[in-house]
Design a protein. Structure first.
Length: 213
């Protein structure tokens, strides 16, 4: 699998997500787990870590300050696509959401994302003043979910040959293994071990995750 070569600062937007160890809802509401996805000492570190959770929660409880409401509306307006990944293209706005989300406790971080497929859906963004550390790849169904979060982490016995490929960030370092991993996922899904891919789906993507320093 060929990987698009990006300029060092190029990406497709920011997200505020839970820190890996805080990627859970103690109340177990909706789609959120009551415990973070974890294998041994390694937590899942991909894109689907309750993105924008505090922003959305306070919106629905009508507690968002006006400026945060404006940022939320802008994020929604800029992400009217089928990717299922809502990004913020403005560094200062993303930092405002991060500060707001961490006002009571440091449970969130700012990440950037990029991939070849996202490049056909979203605009290219040049990062703000913070440096980005690119920490690995999450394999995701566009418009769906992570094959790591919903496959490898909850059912590691089915993916034994891939567990050793996880890095310390709970991601893969090599995007070229995606076709082989996807094939194994589909075999496991056919046996009822994991959720089947949506049909038709928009494709599976090696999404590179960057951590803002």
């Amino acid at each position: 699998m060929a990987m698009t070569v990006f300029s060092i600062n190029a990406h497709h937007g920011y997200l505020v997500v839970r820190l890996p160890q805080y990627n859970f809802d103690p109340q177990g509401r909706g789609a959120f787990r009551s415990e973070p996805p974890k294998l041994g000492t390694i937590y899942y570190g991909g894109v689907f870590r309750m993105p924008w959770f505090d922003l959305e929660e306070d919106h629905y409880f009508t507690k968002l300050p006006p400026e945060l409401s404006r940022i939320r509306r802008q994020i929604k307006a800029q992400n009217q696509d089928f990717s299922g990944i809502e990004v913020c293209t403005q560094y200062d706005d993303a930092m405002s959401v991060l500060t707001y989300s961490n006002r009571q406790a440091i449970r969130n971080e700012l990440i950037a994302v990029r991939s070849e497929q996202l490049g056909g859906i979203k605009a290219e963004v040049l990062t703000g003043p913070a440096e980005i550390e690119w920490v690995g790849f999450d394999f995701v169904v566009i418009g769906g979910w992570s094959l790591l979060e919903n496959g490898l982490f909850p059912a590691p016995s089915y993916f034994a040959r891939w567990v050793g490929h996880l890095n310390a960030n709970g991601l893969f370092d090599d995007p070229s293994i995606l076709p082989a991993f996807l094939n194994d996922y589909q075999v496991v899904a056919s046996k009822g071990g994991v959720e089947e891919l949506p049909s038709p789906h928009y494709g599976v993507d090696a999404l590179q995750i960057g951590r803002l320093r």
